[in-house]
Design a protein around this ligand. Structure first.
Ligand code: AMP
Length: 399
């Protein structure tokens, strides 16, 4: 069901409490290293201020586990946001309590305030009801624009909208959900799904759900080795999730039964250790020695993946093909990224999701050259897995 958005409410003289995803990387000097997530929230912020509302922003940053950690303060975000908007951004040293409430309730139309890191309180991730109540009193209207945390049942994403009368989606949330849902609801076929990264557990539900739609799966990255083990190939010291070998076997059986193609690496870049970034040797998977581990897909696999991608009308990509953070081992990830850009130019719909995959595209300067890059890794995986997002469920439906 479509959700109400910022466009459906009168914001004049209203205090708008907006959950944003300002979980940005900070340098050791406390500077914001990548402002992508901050800029993604600007359209919703502008809307509230231009319509004569006052704005109280709340976000988490990192994992302080319920303790105040100075290096995870959102203060540098307030400073950068102020520069981007060319207006003052007030800052509250705590997200709840008398002082922050004094600041939020004294805001005038067109003014904005950023609350300190929500996760300085353990009740945020525990969805504590008193904490949710203490947050809710900041606003008349709740807006969720944090697609990146919409899969979490936290106080700011679930408890607060549950108790506020008015709870709607921000523009980023709305466009992300619409885009990802349209891919799943009305896919242009053939659809090819490229999966990689380390965690096979995250990707299994995606394979299960998308096997209703996909024509082929290309599986690379560390997760491929659990599948390769399930098929009886040697994997040396490569990453493996022993608990999921049987599930992988079952999934491959299901895919074969349904006549869906899947492709796993036939060669890889093999190294002795990931601690010393050596160049590594390319070898066939079946020749991977016991003392070696695969850290990237090899050139034969890249060629095979390219060939399968060639005919696709929709490509969904989540998870790097190797440890791309080490330049020697980034070839597979770079090749898939470039292939998607090439396909986008010829009219294929290309969707990239997942924090690491998005940052790989950014590293390659290709972020603007695919159809859609999702700002939310976990949330986009949930949507692709066919699961509801708790943060979205709490928002009001359109009539
Ligand atoms: P995920 O969050 O599951 O998408 O995993 C992303 C991480 O997977 C990245 O940090 C990669 O370095 C890592 N990764 C990709 N391929 C491999 C591999 N072959 N072995 C170990 N880690 C990998």
């Amino acid at each position: 069901m479509p959700k109400l958005t910022l466009d459906d409410l009168n914001l004049l003289n209203k205090r708008v409490l907006m959950r944003t995803d300002f979980n940005v990387p900070l340098s050791s000097a406390g500077q914001v290293e990548d402002d992508h997530r901050i800029r993604a929230a600007i359209p919703s912020i502008d809307k509230v201020l231009e319509d004569g509302g006052s704005l109280i922003l709340m976000s988490h940053l990192g994992r302080p586990d319920g303790k105040v950690e100075a290096k995870l303060s959102l203060k540098p975000v307030a400073e950068l946001l102020s520069k981007i908007l060319s207006r003052e951004v007030k800052f509250a040293d705590d997200c709840v309590g008398k002082e922050s409430l004094a600041l939020s309730s004294s805001l005038k139309a067109g003014e904005l305030l950023l609350l300190e890191n929500l996760r300085f309180h353990k009740e945020e991730t525990e969805n504590g009801s008193e904490f949710a109540q203490a947050l809710a009193v900041h606003g008349d209207i709740y807006v969720n624009d944090a697609f990146g945390t919409a899969h979490r049942k936290h106080a700011s994403t679930y408890g607060v909208p549950e108790i506020m009368d008015s709870a709607v989606a921000g523009y980023l949330m709305d466009s992300e959900v619409k885009y990802m849902s349209s891919i799943v609801d009305n896919p242009r076929i053939p659809m090819v799904v490229v999966l990689g990264g380390a965690k096979v557990s995250d990707k299994i539900p995606v394979i299960k759900n998308l096997s209703k739609l996909a024509d082929a799966f290309l599986i690379g990255g560390g997760m491929a080795f659990t599948f390769l083990k399930a098929m009886g190939h040697p994997i040396g010291k490569s990453l493996v999730d022993e608990n999921l070998v049987e599930s992988c076997k079952e999934i491959l059986r299901e895919l074969s039964k349904k006549g869906i193609n899947y492709h796993l690496p036939t060669d890889c870049v093999a190294v002795s250790s990931i601690d010393s970034p050596e160049l590594g040797d390319v070898c066939f998977i079946d020749e991977l020695g016991d003392d070696k581990m695969g850290v990237d897909i090899g050139p034969m696999t890249v060629a095979e993946f390219d060939h399968v991608l060639e005919g696709a009308k929709t490509v969904i990509w989540n998870g790097p093909m190797g440890i791309f953070e080490v330049p020697h081992w980034s070839n597979g990830t770079v090749s898939v990224g470039k292939k998607l850009v090439e396909l986008t130019k010829t009219g294929t719909t290309t969707v990239v999701g997942g924090g690491d995959t998005a940052s790989a595209m950014k590293q390659m300067n290709l972020s603007n050259d695919v159809s859609h890059i999702s700002t939310g890794g976990g949330a986009s995986l949930e949507l692709l897995s066919g699961n509801a997002l708790p943060g979205l469920e709490m928002l009001q439906e359109k009539e």
